[in-house]
Design a protein around this ligand. Structure first.
Ligand SMILES: CC(C)(COP(=O)(O)OP(=O)(O)OC[C@H]1O[C@@H](n2cnc3c(N)ncnc32)[C@H](O)[C@@H]1OP(=O)(O)O)[C@@H](O)C(=O)NCCC(=O)NCCS
Length: 270
């Protein structure tokens, strides 16, 4: 059933993020939708080549307003924008819990199942600092660590970020290179000072550099560096494809533990 008293309004309070509110009289927000381009560490979400840009959809309707078509109207607004030709938003993904209303809604609207994912959490309280330093300081002949910090709003590649000067911002990027040749990297994005949870992307090991435990090395260095740059960060959340046993073993070895499992659904605009 469609609720005609609801207005869908565009909100522009976050640069680079599209947001909509479903407004119910007298000015109450009944639902929200957001579309955030996934840049530049998108390997985590869908394997490269990513083709058109990928944007992550978030959608929430307050429980008392559900099953009245509000989620569908918010999604219509999102789809109209995605269809307007913004390359970065042509492919929309959404993460939902198995068997949830979100999954039923996604299927109803033609999203395709892409993969199952695990979300893990590392709490700094559980990290042994001396052990972490040992991992980071271990010799890796032929490789060295570099890092970059700044704000990631646009979509430059990792190599471009590493070439640019560090500046203020929530993102921290750690890379391993072999004589200037990028070999592996991991990144994290910290939130505002009142948000204790940062989000990690990667590690990614580039072809030709596997089998040297660079994934563990850059991850350990990232955990260390992130806390130095953003001391307010208390914990780090990661997302991993459920069938990526190697990466899950790296995460477990560093002290991450399971937070929740979700399913990723995808919708590609024609
Ligand atoms: C998922 C969510 C946004 C749906 O919002 P909504 O306003 O209730 O959605 P709509 O009324 O437009 O539903 C459209 C269709 O989706 C399907 N659907 C939605 N909720 C469902 C549920 N609980 N069970 C089964 N099907 C459901 C139905 O096919 C429905 O059509 P119908 O009501 O004619 O049967 C809302 O339940 C929500 O906020 N959930 C928590 C957050 C979440 O899971 N977000 C992920 C979004 S993809």
């Amino acid at each position: 059933m469609s609720d005609t008293k609801i207005d869908i309004a565009v909100v522009s309070d976050h640069p680079g993020i599209a947001r909509w509110h479903a407004m119910a009289p007298p000015g109450r927000v009944a639902g929200v939708a957001g579309l955030r381009p996934i840049v530049p560490f998108r390997h985590d979400v869908l394997p490269p080549p990513a083709g058109p840009g990928v944007a992550e959809l978030s959608l929430y309707v307050a429980p008392q307003w559900r099953r009245r078509g509000i989620g569908s109207r918010l999604l219509d607004a999102v789809r109209r924008r995605a269809a307007e030709g913004r390359a970065a938003e042509r492919r929309v993904v959404v993460d939902v819990v198995a068997g949830s209303p979100g999954e039923a809604f996604s299927l109803r609207h033609g999203f395709r199942y892409a993969r199952s994912r695990r979300h893990d959490l590392l709490t700094y309280h559980d990290v042994h600092q001396a052990w972490l330093s040992e991992l980071v300081d271990a010799e890796r002949p032929g490789y060295r660590l570099t890092h970059w910090t700044g704000a990631v709003l646009d979509s430059p590649g990792v190599r471009d970020l590493l070439r640019s000067p560090s500046r203020l911002g929530g993102a921290v990027l750690i890379a391993a290179d072999a004589e200037g040749d990028l070999a592996a990297y991991a990144a994290a994005v910290a939130g505002a000072p009142w948000q204790p949870r940062a989000r990690q992307y990667g590690p990614v090991v580039l072809p030709g550099h596997h089998g040297r435990h660079l994934d563990r090395w850059v991850s350990a260095a990232l955990i260390q560096r992130l806390r130095e740059v953003h001391p307010h960060v208390q914990e780090i959340e990661t997302t991993t494809a459920d069938d990526d046993a190697d990466l899950l073993a790296v995460r477990a070895g560093l002290g991450f533990h399971l937070l929740r499992r979700t399913r990723l659904y995808e919708l590609t605009q024609p």
